[in-house]
Design a protein around this ligand. Sequence first.
Ligand code: ATP
Ligand code: MG
Length: 159
Amino acid sequence: KEADLGRLLRYAADRFSIFSEQQEVQLAVDVPSKLPPVYIDLDAINQVLDNLLSNAIKYTSQGGTVVLSAKENRSLNRVQISISDTGIGIPARDLKRIFERFYRVDKARSRGQGGTGLGLAIARELVQAHGADIEITSEWNVGTTVTFWVPFAQGGSAG
Ligand code: ATP
Ligand code: MG
């Protein structure tokens, strides 16, 4: 159904304010005040945001930054949503398998973090169920950005 994406994104960031404070990671939201209505499953996209924000904060050490941003792409009739962090990054050799179920970058480094390796696999399934794409770029010891797109509702842009 049609959804107010800006509100959804701000609420998602709010859910993580305590976790980010505990981790001493700054969580910033860069979302325009006006976004076009989008056609999404609210629960599904909330789950995607939870999985991606929890990763971004969990895999960023103290003093780092996570940015949740969104921007309208009128030529493609979709909104681009990105979660960027200045965290530990993912080695290039792991990147191509990172969306697989249970895949985690070497166990030693993630042992202390807890997790099953399902968050990204689920996020990808939920985004793809919208007929949309999800991508990840990362640099070891520099940071990671996950980007996905959601379709405009019928009737176009925010104007
Ligand atoms: P779960 O999400 O099921 O609790 P998880 O976080 O280990 O466990 P995924 O979310 O699927 O599983 O992520 C898979 C692996 O990808 C992680 O174990 C971690 O090694 C790596 N990863 C995911 N997001 C990031 C990120 N933002 N920065 C660095 N590494 C990441
Ligand atoms: Mg995860």
